[in-house]
Design a protein around this ligand. Structure first.
Ligand SMILES: C[S@@+](CC[C@H](N)C(=O)[O-])C[C@H]1O[C@@H](n2cnc3c(N)ncnc32)[C@H](O)[C@@H]1O
Length: 502
């Protein structure tokens, strides 16, 4: 079989079309049996030259899974970690620690563990040898584990038999993690329909029905330190209260959050043999967790970077610089720019935006476009478009308060700190606390009246799915003027930028 696969894949050189045909004819497992032997026999350089770059093996395997279509790729949640993200996570895992036992949970083809081992080997051969004798790979997919082991063998000359691999459902009670281990993981992301009887921890996953949440719970309950990349829904959504409580109960750490537009964390560069679109647009975050009596998590703002900023942003020095100073209990995680922490901490009001609203319709309605990519707009004009909400203020003063909070940076700041997706839900908007100072001065009311008069002047139109959508786009200086009148000199421009580095 090996010879047939070899002939099919390599005669006249490897390319993606042949890979596809060979996977369909012989199956992914046989194709990779051959490719892993080829890697071990010929070494990293020859493999990179003749097949695919050694660091793109995970991606080639992922394409194979999609080709084979054994199960929907999305459901299996198999997205390889791009190399820059893997390096960043490895740096975060090994900094300030001498490692002994290391595990990669959902190791796949080993993108994460390979970077961890490379960095440890670079700093100490003794530490590397210790780690190699206490290395654990967990995955459900036997072929992926074999690829991972072959890569470690080819890269570091390590005997594959000395690596502990555990093939099976990581959430199962029967799968144990060694004590005091350092864990790195990019767990699978998918919604689950049933809670399996044999799972070890069911609390957080039952609440959220997200597979990755089950992985986070088991990892933090069994590790000394962990670095996990996952969707950031667990610090945003209301159905993740349990996992956040467990995180806080078990220790401390940092959470680095990334927006998915313009650049996205999982968007590897497309080059060479790859021209397929395998980008994963999930809004991701990287969690570092230390099992400890000291509690609390520092968070970054929602890092929004352009693809051309990637190298400057996805590195340990840059991301650590962005951490806030405050340790949060994760009851209501705030992804706040550290430059805005002082402003946010001084908001003490018990009252929420909801306190400005009437229960029934009134003459004082503010219409809000619920799509909030770079700013929020509230208007007195009813817009001709989909996706607006009508907020009825209880009186004239409340109307101007509402109008000012929506068209300044204030409501948008809370939106970015609490969520930051594309659509702003009404419930989140109404739950925003009111600013504590006297923000509705006479000049603010006068300026809001001016803006209302000019709403028509700033109408813009865009076609969406064949239907024209009307919006208002006030010039930036209007928002800035309102901000200044209401709050003084606060660097709100940070939250509206579509790039990360100024
Ligand atoms: C998002 S991929 C990450 C792959 C690799 N670690 C990387 O970062 O490139 C998730 C991995 O989890 C594995 N997986 C899915 N469900 C699993 C389960 N229940 N138990 C263990 N591993 C699982 C998949 O086979 C896949 O390799």
């Amino acid at each position: 079989m090996g010879n047939k696969v070899e002939a099919a894949l390599l005669s006249h050189g490897f390319n993606l079309n042949k890979y596809e045909e060979t996977v369909l004819e012989y199956g992914l497992s046989d194709v990779w049996n051959f490719l892993t032997s080829y890697l071990i026999e010929n070494g990293v350089d020859t493999f990179s030259k003749n097949i695919v770059d050694f660091y793109d093996i995970g991606r080639l395997y992922e394409i194979g899974l999609a080709i084979e279509n054994k199960y929907s790729k999305k459901e299996a949640g198999k997205y390889y970690t791009p190399r820059d993200v893997s390096k960043l996570m490895a740096d975060l895992l090994i900094e300030n620690n001498q490692l002994n036992c290391v595990a990669d949970v959902g190791c796949g083809c080993g993108n994460l563990i390979i970077e961890v081992l490379s960095k440890i080997k670079e700093r100490s051969l003794d530490e590397f040898n210790n780690v190699i004798s206490n290395l654990y790979l967990f995955d459900l997919d036997k072929t992926a584990i074999n690829i991972c082991k072959a890569r470690i063998t080819a890269m570091f000359g390590v005997d594959a038999n000395s690596i502990n691999d555990v093939c099976g459902d990581f959430l199962s009670k029967t799968i144990k993690v060694p004590n005091n281990c350092y864990i790195i993981s990019n767990p699978p992301y998918s919604q689950i329909k049933e809670i399996k009887k044999n799972w070890e921890y069911k609390t957080a996953i039952t609440e959220s029905k997200d597979l990755y949440v089950g992985f986070i719970e088991k990892i933090i309950r069994s590790s000394k330190k962990a670095v996990i990349v996952s969707p950031q829904s667990y610090i945003v959504g209301s159905k993740f209260g349990k996992i956040r409580n467990i995180l806080f109960e078990k220790g401390n750490g940092d959470i680095y959050s990334f927006d998915n537009v313009p650049g996205t964390l999982f968007n590897g560069r497309k080059q060479g043999v790859f021209n397929t679109n395998t980008a994963n647009g999930v809004r991701a975050s990287i969690l570092t967790f230390n099992n400890s009596e000291i509690k609390g998590f520092r968070l970054t703002h929602l890092i929004r970077f352009r693809t051309d900023e990637r190298d400057n942003v996805i590195n340990i020095n840059y991301v650590k610089e962005q951490l806030g100073t405050k340790k949060q209990d994760l009851k209501r995680p705030l992804k706040c720019f550290k430059e805005l922490e002082f402003f946010v901490e001084n908001i003490e009001s018990e009252l929420k935006i909801s306190s400005l609203l009437a229960e029934e319709t009134t003459d004082y309605c503010v219409h809000v476009n619920s799509s909030a990519r770079y700013f929020i707009v509230g208007s007195s004009k009813q817009l001709s478009r989909n996706g607006t909400m009508d907020l009825y203020a209880k009186d004239e003063e409340s109307f101007y308060k509402l109008y000012a909070l929506l068209n300044s940076s204030y409501a948008y700041l809370w939106w970015r700190m609490l969520d930051g997706g594309i659509l702003i839900p009404k419930s989140l908007l109404l739950d925003i606390p009111l600013p504590s100072n006297d923000y509705l001065k006479e000049d603010v009311v006068a300026y809001c009246k001016d803006l209302i008069k000019n709403e028509k002047k700033y109408l813009v139109y865009k076609k969406n799915a064949g239907v024209m959508q009307e919006s208002i786009k006030f010039p930036e200086y209007c928002r800035e003027k309102l901000n200044k009148m209401m709050f003084g000199n606060i660097p709100f421009e940070l939250i509206h930028s579509n790039k990360e580095i100024f």
